[in-house]
Design a protein. Structure first.
Length: 684
């Protein structure tokens, strides 16, 4: 387990911390003792950055004591103690203190690492309203007339225009602002993000009022989302004066709008929170979001003002350091039940709205759909039914056809019949075997001579005949063919090209992955959106093994399909995980494998979100690597040509789509070499 693969720093993560020490007003010796105790905890826990509250070395509530030389001298002595301790601590510390420059007093954050002060950042915006009157004691950052100071034998950069970059983890470039700076219309951190800061740090005091905690969450969440950054927020804790204010010691860590960690509020003891920030994700999003670059250009004058202070720390690479961050096993299916229901409602309505618009615009009132008794066609049929309801058309305008072939099982055939009856669509059955036999005969295929030659031609003859029938039926009835293939199948090339299940007039499932379709079908069943015994039909379909049913089974197999899709292309739950991080962020296979390992290694995480009766396998690293090899080769090497001409269909989520008119444009004849080479970095 000492292999660097198992260390989060090998995969563009950084562990950061926000610490809230218990303090005493105007007692820097006590405050620095509490500060260093938490800094040592942060370093021991593998963090490379820890932020402390505003004016934490003095306490925020000193008021006019800030004009006392003895206190200011003691604060600088406390900073010197932090600097001395930092020589043996592999963590960058950001501490708050009052600091004098050319006989002016500033509310500052000192960034300390490796036995030196990397920079001192003054507060830009001083609140002087309500209970705040900081301008009584302090000067704003733009009052400073120097960019460097000499302090105790060191030349120290001074100013609000500083960024700090860890040389041996260059994606960790951070900026520091202080409390009110983030409450203004255009925070300094906005420009810092444009200048490359991926982590934004706020040293705050922030007294507590009713409702203020919720607003802090909104503020930090939105700033991190807008800046495509992580945001570390501190606030003053127990020990501050309560003459006229109280303090709750709230610490927050957000990443791109998502909360990673939050401290207990109103805690009377020193406390600290951690989060593993995905710097690679932030970098990928900035690269992908081209308007971020446009913002850099339009604010080039502000961006150019920043200077970068680079430093090195000894990263904790000598040991395994697992990811301490929740990685959902099913990124397309939220684990939280309320969010799952919201996701299902939105996806379902996006699909329905897409089909409603297509029918309205074309003036077509009928749809043709093939029903196999499996998951994808089931969900597509449910979407069609809701679309007809929205249009005020009878569900009999859905022309449903089940088309048994050489390997269709009694189970799926019965499920197809029962489903069409429950939905109330027009239902018909076409046996495709005679037309397939004719085609195979025309080809001179050995099957027509009684030989069990179940090759790809034998399989695709059936897929092609089904699609050919559907298109001609659509011509005959003045309808359009509704596609049923999903995003997962398209990613893996698990579809028959051309006149096969890859083609339709409109594909409502085009950007919905298999894992989400499974839950959508369950959601429809469990929320009573289908009449009569339809809910049980849907549950039966969910419990059916996924199979193309194109190759006949052997005698005595009790109706078990001869083909198992997941035994060939890998389990959809794992392949959808890989698809999400490959398509959405462009992560390397080794990073995706690390994320998958982090998500699946804990057997206590629980089952597939569909319920305990759908408990799936646990995957060790060897299995993850094996299935990822299948995915990478099929996705990058063999199946892109099928995606270059997919039919129209609505994009449903930010997990991406594979339409060449949307999220994914790629050559059909590229190589998979670089992805396969990277897979070699994953331990066996």
């Amino acid at each position: 387990m000492n292999n660097p693969f198992f260390n989060l720093y090998s995969h563009e993560f950084a562990r950061v911390a926000v610490a809230i020490p218990r303090c005493r007003v105007a007692d820097p010796a006590y405050n620095v003792e509490q500060t260093l105790a938490l800094a040592k905890q942060a370093a021991a826990n593998g963090a490379v950055l820890v932020a402390f509250p505003e004016l934490g070395l003095s306490a925020y509530t000193c008021d006019d004591l800030f004009h006392q030389r003895a206190l200011l001298d003691a604060c600088e002595d406390a900073l010197h103690a932090v600097v001395a301790a930092s020589a043996s601590l592999p963590v960058a510390m950001v501490v708050g203190l009052p600091f004098r420059v050319n006989n002016l007093l500033f509310n500052c954050a000192a960034v300390v690492a490796g036995g030196r002060v990397l920079g001192i950042v003054p507060k830009s915006y001083l609140p002087n309203y309500g209970e705040f009157y900081e301008a009584r004691q302090f000067n704003a950052a733009d009052c400073a007339s120097v960019s460097h100071i000499e302090w105790r034998g060191q030349s120290v950069p001074f100013g609000a225009n500083q960024l700090f970059e860890l040389e041996n983890l260059p994606l960790l470039r951070f900026h520091v602002e202080i409390c009110e700076d983030v409450w203004v219309p255009v925070p300094p951190s906005s420009f810092a993000a444009l200048a490359g800061a991926t982590v934004l740090v706020n040293l705050s005091a922030s007294d507590v009022l009713v409702g203020k905690s919720g607003y802090r969450h909104q503020l930090v969440s939105q700033q991190s989302a807008r800046c495509l950054a992580a945001y570390l927020y501190t606030s003053a804790g127990f020990g501050e004066s309560t003459n006229d204010m109280s303090w709750d010691g709230q610490a927050l860590i957000y990443e791109k709008g998502e909360k990673l960690a939050e401290s207990e509020r109103f805690c009377m003891d020193s406390h600290i929170i951690y989060a593993d920030v995905d710097l690679g994700r932030l970098a990928a999003d900035r690269m992908h979001t081209t308007t971020f670059g446009q913002s850099v250009r339009r604010h080039a004058d502000k961006v150019a003002e920043f200077r970068v202070n680079r430093f090195r720390l000894a990263l904790p690479l000598e040991r395994a350091l697992p990811l301490d961050r929740a990685i959902e096993r099913f990124p397309y299916v939220p684990a939280d039940p309320a969010r799952r229901d919201e996701r299902c409602t939105e996806v379902y309505n996006i699909q329905v709205q897409g089909l409603v618009q297509r029918l309205s615009a074309s003036g077509i009132r009928k749809v043709v759909i093939g029903i196999s008794g499996g998951l994808d066609s089931t969900h597509a049929l449910l979407v069609c039914a809701k679309a007809m309801d929205r249009l005020g058309l009878p569900r009999t305008n859905i022309l449903g056809y089940t088309m048994p072939g050489f390997a269709t099982s009694d189970r799926t055939l019965e499920q197809a019949r029962s489903l069409m009856q429950a939905v109330g669509c027009s239902a018909a059955e076409i046996d495709i075997r005679p037309s397939c036999i004719q085609m195979l005969k025309d080809l001179g295929h050995p099957y027509v001579e009684g030989k069990e030659e179940y090759d790809v031609t034998f399989e695709n003859a059936q897929a092609g005949e089904r699609t050919s029938h559907l298109f001609r039926l659509a011509n005959y009835h003045n309808g359009i063919v509704i596609g049923t293939g999903d995003l997962s199948e398209l990613a893996l090339g698990w579809c028959t090209y051309g006149v096969g299940d890859q083609m339709s007039h409109y594909n409502v499932n085009a950007s919905v992955p298999k894992t989400l379709i499974s839950y959508l079908v369950r959601w429809v069943a469990e929320t009573g959106q289908i009449n009569g015994g339809g809910a049980q039909v849907l549950l039966n379909i969910l419990d059916t093994e996924i199979s193309p049913e194109l190759v006949p089974g052997k005698a005595g197999d009790s109706g078990k399909p001869a083909q198992s899709t997941e035994s060939v292309i890998g389990p959809y739950e794992l392949q959808d995980f890989t698809l999400y991080y490959t398509l959405r962020y462009g992560f390397t296979p080794s990073k995706v494998a690390f994320l998958a390992y982090s998500a699946w290694k804990d057997r206590e995480q629980g089952a597939w979100p569909g319920g305990e009766h759908q408990v799936r396998n646990e995957y060790d690293l060897a299995a993850i690597k094996r299935y990822m090899t299948i995915f990478m080769f099929r996705f990058f090497k063999t199946s892109q040509f099928k995606r270059t001409c997919v039919p129209n269909g609505p994009k449903v989520g930010n997990g991406g789509s594979l339409s060449p008119r949307g999220d994914w444009r790629a050559p059909s004849d590229s190589e998979a070499t670089v992805w396969m080479d990277d897979l070699a970095n994953i331990p066996d």
